[in-house]
Design a protein around this ligand. Structure first.
Ligand code: GAR
Length: 201
């Protein structure tokens, strides 16, 4: 296999970053650098206080903040975010609990390179409050979906899914925690499949 592959991964977060950490840990455990020339090179957040940023810094990863509140429009935010991402020339841009709606221009710029994880069994429950809505509807099963990002929110092609039961008396928090443990399994798996595809071309 060629030693010339560079498949940089940039992760975008807004919060605790447990999916980001799962991806970074999987990248090391599964030897993505040796197998696919892939490494997580940067973590970018729209919130300076995102818990995941401190962890990323401790791991020696480059971090950056693009504060949406400091920018006048969605377009201005996305333009600055793109600039910050593109300095890393990423093969993949991975949204991991990134809670901003992206403009069609941003999505088009990263076409084929942009993926997201969503805490429901899409196409059920796009948007927010997925666990609350699943419980209210009486769903027996819930889960998470890794999907490609398109201009329509939470509607791109599905890459991986995991299913968990909804238990009697579940709270949204309890269900969210059960789903999150599965997110940490399926997100690394989906990214690994994408990397395998990239390094095969
Ligand atoms: C995850 O459950 C993820 O699926 C969800 O936010 C959480 C982030 O947790 N994403 C969305 O709701 C996207 N609309 P993390 O920061 O610990 O990875």
């Amino acid at each position: 296999m060629s030693g010339e592959m560079h498949n940089n991964i940039v992760i975008l977060i807004s919060g605790g970053g447990s999916n980001m950490a799962a991806l970074v840990e999987a990248s090391r455990r599964q030897h993505w650098a040796r197998r696919f020339g892939a490494r997580v090179v940067a973590v970018i957040s729209n919130k300076a206080e995102a818990g995941g940023l401190a962890w990323a810094r401790e791991q020696g990863l480059a971090t950056a903040v693009v504060d949406h509140k400091a920018l006048a429009s969605r377009e201005a935010f996305d333009a600055q975010l793109m600039q910050e991402i593109d300095r890393h020339a990423p093969a993949l841009v991975v949204l991991a609990g990134f809670m901003r709606i992206l403009t069609p221009g941003f999505v088009a710029h990263y076409e084929g390179r942009l993926v997201n994880i969503h805490p429901s069994l899409l196409p059920a429950f796009p948007g927010l409050k997925t666990h609350e809505r699943a419980i209210e509807m009486g769903c027996r099963f819930a889960g998470a979906t890794v999907h490609r990002v398109t201009a329509e929110l939470d509607h791109g092609a599905i890459l991986e899914q995991a299913v968990v039961p909804v238990l009697p008396g579940d709270t949204p928090e309890a269900l969210a925690a059960r789903v999150l443990t599965q997110e940490h399994v399926i997100y690394p798996r989906a990214v690994e499949t994408l990397l395998a595809g990239l390094s095969a071309t």
